[in-house]
Write a protein that binds this ligand. Structure first.
Ligand code: C2E
Ligand code: CA
Ligand code: CA
Ligand code: CA
Length: 279
């Protein structure tokens, strides 16, 4: 192994090489994980102002045989470097829709919304619209229970194409939420062009509510704007009762965060629902 020599042609950075082969290994492991059903969805409940549970966000976890439960931050980015994210995203969508279908035969769950995260690469894949339409077919007229969470940058990267895709799915009832709202571009004009249902206030703003006055202003502005555009607004990362109280005061409609409930396996979600409805 040659060390870095400075002639520009023949450098070798062992650390970089390790990083590259780690990535490659991660990709191989992930492919196997998908095949061997090691991926699971956790569900983080979402609540209305009166604290009724109205839905959940599906959050991916990797149940690794040795490393235990691995959060998506450790592998989504690697998957996004290839079409592996398309395969993983397909599994997530199919699993989420199967869950929604199951919920339709349970009075406790039949009205629950389910939000699913969509990666840019997945959304732009030529087969995406057809895949989603096929996947929601089993839901019939209940396709509106599925919300796709898209980020601003995903949409703004190619607005025309995104709008066209979103309209095709919107026509079938599927809803759209702008995830991490407020963290991306400052252009707001695009908001009126998109068939949106919800804005999701990023947790970085929620974190400093009552602490950093500019964040209170930003949150109030987002909520006001959502109201004017007739969009739902949900706050994510709600961790304290003070944050929740301020959000309520500002008129935020929906809440998600550790204060209310952590992401959990579906069985735990059932237990929570039964407990809250006094069952
Ligand atoms: P995100 O979509 O912004 O999801 C919110 C993240 O915040 C989740 O992390 C959630 O567990 C965490 N969270 C929820 N409440 C609180 C809170 O009160 N405080 C704090 N500090 N954090 C909270 P998670 O599950 O680790 O997911 C991280 C990111 O991975 C997600 O961010 C999303 O971008 C991505 N992701 C998760 N599942 C999927 C998936 O199925 N597909 C794709 N493409 N991306 C996914
Ligand atoms: Ca999300
Ligand atoms: Ca988010
Ligand atoms: Ca985020």
């Amino acid at each position: 192994v040659k060390a870095r020599r400075g002639n520009g042609l023949c450098f070798f950075d062992p650390q970089m090489q390790t990083a590259i082969s780690d990535r490659a290994q991660l990709e191989v492991d992930l492919k196997n994980a998908l095949r061997q059903s090691e991926l699971v969805l956790y569900y983080q409940p979402q609540f209305a102002q009166d604290s009724t549970m109205v839905g959940a966000e599906a959050l991916l976890r990797w149940q690794h045989p040795e490393r235990g439960l691995v959060p998506p931050g450790a592998f989504i980015a690697a998957a996004e470097e290839s079409d592996l994210i398309v395969h993983i995203g397909t599994w997530v969508l199919q699993t989420a829709c199967a869950q929604l279908l199951l919920w339709q035969s349970d009075p406790l769950c039949e009205r629950l919304q389910l939000s699913v995260n969509v990666s840019a690469r997945q959304f732009r894949h030529p087969g995406f619209v057809d895949l989603v339409l096929e996947t929601v077919a089993c839901l019939g007229s209940r396709a509106h229970l599925l919300t796709l969470e898209l980020t601003e940058s995903l949409v703004l990267d190619n607005v025309e194409e995104a709008v066209a895709r979103m309209h095709q799915l919107r026509a079938r009832g599927i809803r759209f939420s702008v995830d991490d709202f407020g963290t991306g571009y400052s252009s707001l004009a695009y908001l009126t062009k998109l068939p949106l249902h919800q804005l999701k206030i990023d947790q970085s703003f929620v974190r400093n509510l009552g602490v950093r006055p500019t964040d209170d202003v930003i949150v109030q502005t987002i909520i006001g704007m959502a109201g004017n555009l007739e969009l739902e607004v949900i706050a994510e990362g709600v961790e304290t009762s003070e944050q929740r109280a301020l959000l309520l005061e500002y008129g935020c409609g929906y809440f998600q965060g550790y204060l209310l409930a952590r992401p959990m396996p579906v069985e735990a979600l059932y237990a929570l629902l039964a407990q809250r409805t006094g069952g």
